[in-house]
Design a protein around this ligand. Structure first.
Ligand code: B12
Ligand code: SF4
Ligand code: SF4
Length: 380
């Protein structure tokens, strides 16, 4: 029979934490998700937001199971040290889920050898990973909405082995963030609208994952990012020690690389990312914004190609990027593009870019991000 001590031994080998909870529902989580959706704070994301009842009632999806073994696995590697120049968030730089897969696989094998049924679950709409981790005492709930462990802070991925083995539930942690609130001002778009409440409409991590046009008011704040955002994680003091074990990377993914690869090459490069319908236009859209924010006039040649692209989404963001770089050459590129352009939305973008170019890359509608939600109106 597998005991909790066996599971702890497996976890320890990867510096992971493990806990156990039962399959009782999570009514408070369901209420939180519903409140986010009602207030639009889910920003159109589906995931658990589309299925609050399923996600918050694990017994419905796993009627055969009696325990959830939850693990929090650290995922930092060499190159992950602090830098303000990262273009890809650490969790998405290569296959970081392999560390989680390895620990969960070992635990599932140990339970199966003991004759128990198991299913590995993470990033799945049938379970709210942070909620199970918090109830199992593996992590506490941070003001950034991240689940934090004492040893690695927010730098952990969470996964579970749902099983019919009867294991004694572990107690939730007593720990909290206390008086710290460093993540809140660290967020470039003020997306943490109250402690523990995220407005996904303005969270860069969500914005770079969504379809469609990127809100012009957020493009500046995206900076050089192409996928994910780590700012509220790097600001989090409980994660400092883990982060300081590693040097920063010198090999960031460059926006120019994204914009010069074929679809096939790019697809391969970003195979671990969530990209809507696996359409590489959304990754290129992100790279165009990042390139505009570089302010590098030597990028104008590449952007001039994209402002003629058959895809209007890419023409729009290329136009914005040219305007953001600004100057005389940028202005004449936009004027020439406007003469050829027949799409009204792209035309609007190019007109704004012409004005921005003449003002040295400053957009008239650029404004500091403001909280768009009245805090008292949010159900926490
Ligand atoms: C949708 C989703 C997103 C969305 C929305 C995130 C969000 N905060 O809602 C977006 C795309 C923005 C996102 C971004 C990121 N994500 Co994500 N995401 C998910 C997903 C698929 C579902 C999350 C969910 O259900 N949200 C619903 C809302 C209501 O939940 P929440 O805000 O997370 O809820 C917490 C609070 O309510 C809080 N809480 C608890 N008690 C209390 C009490 C009070 C009073 C209050 C106010 C709050 C509070 O704890 C809740 C969890 O129990 C999970 C995987 C999964 N299936 O669970 C991964 C997951 C949450 N993501 C993860 C990661 C790594 C990230 C990023 C760090 C990636 C990056 N570097 O860009 C960022 C972090 C941004 C942030 N500050 O949250 C990890 C988080 C690990 C961790 N240590 O917490 C998860 C668990 C994936 C995994 N298997 O490890 N993500
Ligand atoms: S991931 Fe970035 S944008 Fe999203 S809440 Fe954290 S700091 Fe803000
Ligand atoms: S930065 Fe501070 S307040 Fe924010 S999650 Fe980390 S410990 Fe909590």
């Amino acid at each position: 029979m597998v005991t909790f001590a066996t599971l702890t031994e497996i976890a320890d080998r990867s510096e992971a934490s493990v806990g156990v909870t039962d399959l009782a529902p999570f009514p408070e989580e369901a209420a939180r998700i519903e409140s986010r959706v009602a207030g639009g704070l889910h920003g159109g994301l589906s995931f658990t937001f589309a299925h609050p009842d399923t996600a918050s009632q694990p017994a419905e999806s796993f009627p055969w199971a009696v325990s959830i073994v939850v693990v929090a696995v650290p995922y930092l590697i060499d190159g992950d040290g602090v830098t303000d120049r990262r273009t890809v968030a650490r969790f998405a730089d290569g296959d970081r889920y392999k560390f989680l897969d390895a620990v969960l696989g070992e635990m599932a094998d140990a339970l199966s050898l003991g004759g128990r049924r198991t299913e590995i679950v993470y990033d799945d709409n049938r379970l709210i990973d942070r909620a199970v981790a918090i109830r199992a005492g593996v992590a506490w709930s941070g003001k950034s909405t991240m689940a934090l462990t004492p040893r690695f802070g927010p730098w952990i991925l969470i996964g579970s082995v749902v099983t019919d083995a009867k294991l004694t539930p572990t107690e939730p942690m007593r720990r909290t963030c206390g008086t710290c609130d460093a993540c809140i001002p660290a967020c470039p778009t003020n997306a943490i609208v109250a402690p523990g409440v995220l407005d996904a409409r303005r969270c860069i991590s969500a914005v770079l994952q969504r379809r469609g046009v990127i809100d012009p008011a957020l493009r500046n704040a995206i900076g050089g990012r192409i996928y994910g955002c780590d700012d509220c994680l790097t600001a989090c003091p409980p994660g400092d020690k883990a982060l300081s074990r590693f040097q920063p990377t010198n090999e960031d993914l460059r926006a120019e690389t994204v914009l010069t690869l074929s679809d096939e090459e790019l697809e391969h490069l970003v195979e671990h990312w969530y990209v809507p319908s696996r359409r590489m236009r959304f990754v290129r859209r992100n790279a165009l914004v990042a390139l505009g924010n570089s302010g590098d006039t030597s990028s104008l040649g590449l952007l001039a190609r994209y402002v003629c692209d058959p895809d209007p989404l890419l023409r729009m963001h290329a136009g914005w990027a040219i305007g953001r770089i600004g100057g005389v050459e940028a202005e004449s590129l936009c004027v020439a593009a406007l003469e050829r352009e027949s799409d009204a939305e792209v035309q609007g973008e190019l007109l704004a870019a012409i004005t921005a170019s003449s003002q040295g890359g400053v957009y008239a509608d650029e404004r500091p991000a403001q909280r768009s939600v009245e805090l008292k109106e949010i159900a926490t």
